[in-house]
Design a protein. Structure first.
Length: 336
């Protein structure tokens, strides 16, 4: 508990409470002096590892001894808040860093220290970045995954971490999406489970029947696909629905390049036996690609900058799949 002021530090006289401009303050009648209580500035640091885990320290002193928190401490007289933040980081974890930006400012009251103002900064590690070492007022320092954080000692820490994660969400989604896709054409399968366009893919899967019917209406009337004009619509529906299902499975890693090669090579041979021209088969595939893309755009993708990245990624994935499908269809068609 924060101690009350009992005596005047200047004359030793008794302290009492008096009102000044609607604020009750400590007052020394002998000195005729009011004492002003201002919030104490506290700095905290958010620092992530390369694996996007957050650095926390375990407190060794009251208050909240034994609880985890961000590297946190008071600003000393004569130092800037940024310098104080980096000093606390070094003292409590042994790591050096640089301030990357201000994350949050919060205020609150603590029974131990009184009124506080918390300023939380994002920091980036500099120099040697070995494992953190506890020091100063801490007894442990380690990284925690963002999805498995312990209860933090200070409410201001909890609020700052939540705001930090929310502010980074779009950026991380872009980075994750393009880093996974950067593996080349084959990167569209297997581990790509959280790419930006996945939610649009789910929309496409749920609406596969509608997309199929839109495709049928065009393929049975387009001048580029005359062989489809009088083809049985139920058979067309089953065929396009199968292709849309394959696209979804391929994106989820359940359908690989060998599956594409086998299916579309056989499809090319079958379409040749049915009397279709190669040009109209490839045009029909192109129309599926077109309706997938148009349907995605109709779902309002252009609300934020991240949606542009999402659209570019989805476009890339559609192009890769249907380019492969067209290539193996043509190979199968020309196979004698």
């Amino acid at each position: 508990m924060k101690r009350k002021r009992l005596y005047c530090p200047h004359c030793g006289g008794d302290i009492r409470r008096e009102w000044e401009e609607d604020v009750e303050r400590d007052f020394c009648a002998a000195c005729r002096t009011f004492f002003y209580e201002n919030p104490l500035p506290v700095v905290s640091v958010i620092l992530l590892s390369a694996d996007r885990e957050i650095l926390l320290v375990k407190r060794g002193r009251r208050p909240y001894r034994g609880r985890w928190c961000l590297p946190t401490g008071f600003v000393e007289s004569g130092e800037s808040i940024e310098t104080a933040a980096l000093r606390e980081l070094a003292e409590e974890t042994g790591l050096r860093g640089r301030v990357a930006g201000l994350v949050d400012v919060d205020s609150g009251r603590n029974s131990f220290y009184g009124d506080l103002i918390f300023l939380t900064f994002e920091a980036e590690a500099e120099g040697e970045t070995g494992p953190p070492q506890s020091g100063g007022d801490t007894v442990a320092a380690r990284y925690f995954p963002l999805g498995g954080l312990p209860r933090l000692a200070f409410p201001a820490n909890n609020r700052a971490v939540k705001r930090f994660v929310a502010a980074k969400a779009d950026y991380w989604a872009i980075v994750d999406s393009f880093s996974l896709a950067a593996g080349g054409d084959g990167a569209t399968g297997g581990r790509n489970t959280n790419l930006l366009s996945d939610r649009l893919v789910r929309v496409i899967e749920v609406n596969a029947e509608l997309i199929s019917r839109l495709w049928i209406e065009e393929v049975t009337t387009s001048r580029s696909t005359p062989g489809y004009h009088h083809f049985d619509r139920q058979r067309l529906f089953r065929r396009v629905h199968t292709i849309l299902s394959q696209f979804g499975k391929w994106l989820g890693g359940g359908y690989d390049d060998r599956d594409i090669q086998a299916y579309y090579t056989d499809m090319g041979r079958e379409r040749r036996r049915e009397g279709f021209r190669l040009g109209e088969i490839l045009s029909a595939l192109s129309l599926i690609k077109k309706h997938l893309w148009e349907f995605a755009l109709s779902r309002g993708m252009w609300q934020k900058t991240i949606d542009i990245y999402m659209a570019l990624e989805l476009d890339r994935r559609i192009v890769i799949f249907f380019d492969k499908a067209s290539f193996y269809t043509a190979r199968g068609y020309e196979d004698k």
